[in-house]
Design a protein around this ligand. Structure first.
Ligand code: PEP
Length: 250
C-alpha cells in the first residue's frame, strides 16, 4: 500500500511567531485525522527549529523547502542537507517550479541536492510539472519524463524508496486553476509508467502527490484517482482548517 501524504508548502509566508501559531493549530486539528495519512508541513528555514518543537510527539512531520547543492563550505547564504538533518527535518521539497524558474535550479543541480538529502536520511519531495505553453503544445508528457529520467534514473532502488514525487502543473500553481482529476490521473499514471521502466515493481510503491490549487472543494475528487496519493498544498496550507480538511479528503 502506498503512503497517503498531504504536505504543506508555506513558501515565503509567515513570520516565526505566525508560523509557530499555525503549526500549533495544525497539530491541534490533526488529532482528529486518521493515522493512515502522513501530514507534513514545509516551513521556511528560519522557522524549522521553533516549529520542530511544536510538532514534537505529534503525527505531523517537518519539511524544509530547499537545501544546498554542495555539502559545506564557502557558499554564503546556503543551508546544507546536513544542517537540516541536525534538526528533526524528515523531508525537503526539491525542484519546485518556483525554484526552477526564479533561481536557476537545473536538473543537474537537483541530482546533487537529492543525493545530499538522501545521504542525511532526509526524504526529498521531488517536484515535476510542465508550463502552460508546454501543455498547450502537447509536450507535457515529454517534459515530465525528462524531469524524472534526468534526475531520478541515477538513483539506486534503495534510494528511490525514500523519494516522494509531486506532480505540479506550473499553470495550476497559485492560479486557482486546477488540473481536472482526469488530466491529473493521466499524467500520474504516466509518471508511474516512466518510473517502472527503470525501477520495475517499485514504481507501485512510490507516492505521487498532486499540487496546484488543491483545496478542500477539489481534493476529494483528485485523491479518489488511482495514481494520486495525496497533495502538495501551497496557499491552502496556510489555513489550518483547510489543510486538515484536505487531509480528510481521502
Ligand atoms: C505549490 O506551490 O506547491 C502549490 C501547490 O501551490 P498552490 O496550492 O497555492 O497552488
Amino acid at each position: 500500500m502506498r503512503k497517503k501524504i498531504v504536505a504543506g508548502n508555506w513558501k515565503m509566508n509567515t513570520t516565526v511567531p505566525e508560523g509557530v501559531a499555525l503549526a500549533k493549530e495544525v497539530v491541534g486539528e490533526a488529532a482528529s485525522l486518521s493515522s493512515e495519512v502522513k501530514l507534513i508541513v514545509g516551513t521556511p528555514f528560519t522557522h524549522l527549529a521553533s516549529v520542530a518543537d511544536v510538532l514534537a510527539g505529534s503525527q505531523v512531520a517537518l519539511s524544509a523547502q530547499n537545501c544546498a547543492d554542495e555539502a559545506k563550505g564557502a557558499y554564503t547564504g546556503e543551508v546544507s542537507a546536513k544542517m537540516l538533518a541536525s534538526l528533526p527535518v524528515e523531508y525537503v521539497i526539491l525542484g519546485h517550479s518556483e525554484r526552477r524558474e526564479y533561481y536557476g535550479e537545473t536538473n543537474e543541480k537537483l541530482v546533487k541536492k537529492i543525493n545530499l538529502a538522501l545521504a542525511e536520511n532526509i526524504a526529498p519531495i521531488y517536484c515535476v510539472g510542465e508550463k502552460l505553453e508546454e501543455r498547450e503544445a502537447g509536450k507535457h508528457f515529454e517534459v515530465v519524463a525528462a524531469q524524472i529520467k534526468e534526475v531520478l534514473f541515477g538513483l539506486t532502488e534503495e534510494q528511490m524508496k525514500n523519494i516522494v514525487i509531486a506532480y505540479e502543473p506550473v499553470w495550476a500553481i497559485g492560479t486557482g486553476k486546477t488540473a481536472t482529476s482526469e488530466q491529473a490521473q493521466e499524467i500520474h499514471a504516466y509518471i508511474r509508467s516512466v518510473l517502472a521502466e527503470k525501477f520495475g515493481a517499485l514504481a507501485e510503491e512510490i507516492s505521487i502527490l498532486y499540487g496546484g490549487s488543491c483545496k478542500p472543494s477539489n481534493a476529494k475528487e483528485l485523491f479518489a484517482q488511482k495514481d494520486i496519493d495525496g497533495g502538495l498544498i501551497g496557499g491552502a496550507s496556510l489555513v489550518a482548517a483547510d489543510f486538515i480538511a484536505i487531509a480528510k479528503s481521502f
